[in-house]
Design a protein around this ligand. Structure first.
Ligand code: KIV
Length: 280
């Protein structure tokens, strides 16, 4: 069954946790979709995990459309959410609507996601008025890395926590269909989740949220170096890939690969004739 805005809302109401993972290509989207995930996020985290940038800021609309289209082709039942990249919605409401429209028309997304609270409510309202569902994103919003002075947990003081609650209510009033809460204290996420009728999807925000999202490379052990405290490794695909690739190199060098079962046969008479003609 296709996951929609309505099914996600029903999940919040019934207490059935919403599952979301990122994906950026057709093959991965198919595997994730086949596992029965509720939603796939084509995150602008692709800037880091697919394109090797230091942060999400260089990601373009063209990057997002290219990857969203690939994911949409692989996602049969998952609700596909595409991130609006940095500077694709901040400059003007009109630009935000045009760019959200491109992610749906050219990328096949079911919804778009953008970062921010009160300051992006006009954009949320206009995009929703164009019949495009919007997922909001509050807390440690990666596009504000320079303003935050690094990737730091948000909402720890009374004032900042209060502002996040206010922002959550404002984006809900503006028409957002869900909100990602990233890098905020679990007890604060609990309060926001209880105050809102729209679902909260947490990443580094504790298990009181209505759902969870992770970057798939992080939870499957494909990323190297520092990983955030909130990441749980559910598998070590990085190690499996390294072993498989090393075995391929060594079997190719030794001649063990390809074996007879990996090759195509030809009539012996034809070979004999060809060898004679070619002096072999
Ligand atoms: O870009 C992304 O992957 C995200 C998640 C971390 C929520 O926004």
């Amino acid at each position: 069954m296709k996951n929609t805005v309505s099914t996600l809302l029903a999940q919040k109401q019934s207490g059935d946790k919403i599952t979301m993972l990122t994906a950026y290509d057709y093959t991965t989207a198919r595997i994730i979709d086949e596992c029965g995930i509720n939603s796939i996020l084509v995150g602008d985290s692709l800037g880091m995990v697919m394109l090797g940038y230091e942060n999400t800021l260089p990601v373009t609309m063209e990057d997002m459309i290219h990857h969203t289209a690939a994911v949409s082709r692989g996602a049969e039942n998952a609700f596909v959410v595409a991130d609006m990249p940095f500077m694709s919605y901040q400059v003007s409401v009109a630009e935000a609507v045009v760019n959200a429209g491109r992610l749906v028309k050219e990328g096949g997304a079911n919804a778009v996601k953008l970062e921010g609270g009160a300051e992006v409510c006009a954009q949320i309202e206009a995009i929703v008025n164009a019949s495009i569902p919007v997922v909001a994103h509050l807390g440690l919003t990666p596009q504000s890395v320079n303003a935050f002075g690094g990737f730091k947990v948000q909402g720890k003081s009374y004032e900042k926590a209060g502002k996040l609650i206010e922002d959550a209510l404002k984006i809900q009033d503006a028409g957002a269909c869900a909100v990602v809460l990233e890098g905020i204290p679990a007890r604060l996420a609990d309060i926001i989740t209880k105050k809102l009728f729209i679902p909260t999807i947490g990443i580094g925000a504790g298990n009181g949220c209505d759902g969870q999202v992770l970057v798939y490379q992080d939870m499957l052990g494909l990323t190297t170096g520092h990983t955030a405290k909130f990441v749980k490794r559910f598998a070590d695909l990085g190690e499996m890939m390294r072993k498989g690739i090393k075995d391929y190199i060594s079997e190719t060098k030794s001649g063990e690969f390809p074996a007879a079962e990996h090759t195509y046969a030809i009539d012996e008479d034809i070979i004999n004739r060809l060898e004679k003609e070619n002096n072999i």
